[in-house]
Design a protein around this ligand. Structure first.
Ligand code: FDA
Length: 310
């Protein structure tokens, strides 16, 4: 837990970022989790994943932009990604981050950027997922999501099971008929005043949120959970639940990250479950990479060994 928090706080350090991204070995190791720096490489990764029977969601790496021009560049990168997905006929959503599109610069400014993306995707029959960032953005992200849902239905959001508030958020979104939600454990460092400190409690809450969304009344109101985890124990509990409750296979999906547990991704897809892979690309891979190291000490050891062997 301590190591996780240290790595997560380092993920915000500009100094370390400058140091790490300049190291060829770091770039090489990061490629385990990142499809490449260019859109062409990302599209090739989606093609490979689709060919194996898995769906995708493409994420152009970037967060916490501090200038309007960077936010607009992020928006344009997503429009370009959507165009490429459509013209290659790929089975892929896109996943965006609000701080990448100017949330820190103003809610209306951010909304305009996101709306351009969502409208563009809607015209092309594509879906946009809004990733969830740290807890200082939770309410603003949900507000912006609700505002979008007044005009668009090709957009969904993410809820993090480690937050105490998530149960009430999921309940409200189900009630409002807009529960198109990716459920995950949560990847940021949050204090015990707002988030479960114990892994077991996070896991139990994640399952509780899944059960809420898979209940027949919730599904009747349009709830559709994307269960985003690599945790074998959670996946088997979900599999048992859907089997016993006869939940149709198209009422939910599993999601995993590019480069993490590829064997499990393939196995679930081969067994007929909907499986979507989150595929990030771009040059701003440092904070994303650090969060992946924080999730698993073995990844950090692998990285440190690669650094020493350089
Ligand atoms: P857990 O961390 O308990 O891991 C279970 C097992 O999975 C591990 O024992 C290991 O085998 C494997 N594993 C997990 N992470 C690994 C890694 N990095 N490298 C190698 N093996 C690993 N978070 C967030 O706050 N906002 C968001 O929008 C999203 N979006 C998102 C999309 C998708 C598709 C996924 C899969 C995850 C996210 N997350 C996220 C991240 C999520 O909150 C969480 O941090 C990670 O998924 C790790 O948690 P697990 O549920 O996999 O379990």
């Amino acid at each position: 837990m301590l190591l996780r928090n240290v790595l997560l706080s380092l993920s915000r350090s500009q100094g370390l970022q400058d140091l790490i991204v300049a190291l060829p070995v770091a770039r090489r190791v990061s490629r385990r989790f990142v499809a490449g720096e260019t859109l062409d490489e990302a599209i090739a990764a989606v093609q490979r994943v689709n060919a194996l029977g898995l769906m995708a969601t493409l994420n152009y790496l970037g967060e916490s932009v501090t200038s309007e021009s960077d936010a607009i560049a992020g928006r344009d990168a997503y429009l370009e990604a959507l165009e490429a997905i459509v013209s290659a006929g790929l089975d892929s959503h896109i996943s965006i981050k609000l701080t990448q599109l100017g949330l820190d610069l103003g809610e209306d400014f951010c909304y305009e950027n996101v709306e351009r993306i969502v409208a563009y995707a809607a015209e092309r029959g594509r879906f946009v997922r809004i990733d969830m960032e740290d807890s200082s953005y939770t309410q603003r992200t949900l507000d912006l999501y609700r505002r979008l849902r007044r005009s668009y239905d090709n957009v969904g959001v993410v809820i993090q099971a480690y937050l105490y508030r998530s149960r009430a958020d999921v309940e409200a979104l189900i009630e409002e008929g807009i529960a198109h939600i990716r459920l995950c454990k949560g990847a940021y460092a949050e204090p015990p005043s707002i988030a479960y400190p114990a892994r077991r409690d996070v896991d139990e809450n994640l399952l509780r949120l899944v059960w809420m969304m898979l209940a027949p009344e919730a599904r009747e109101r349009g709830a559709y959970p994307a269960i985003a985890t690599h945790d074998e124990r959670i996946i088997s509990r979900v599999r048992a639940y859907v089997y016993h409750h006869r939940v149709p296979v198209d009422a939910y999906e599993f999601q995993m990250l590019y480069g993490v547990r590829r064997d499990a991704q393939q196995r679930l897809a081969d067994e007929g479950y909907r499986m979507r892979v989150y595929i990030p690309y771009g040059t701003h891979w440092y904070p994303y990479f650090m969060r992946r190291l924080a999730e698993r000490p073995a990844n950090l050891l692998f990285f440190l060994r690669a650094l020493l062997e350089r």
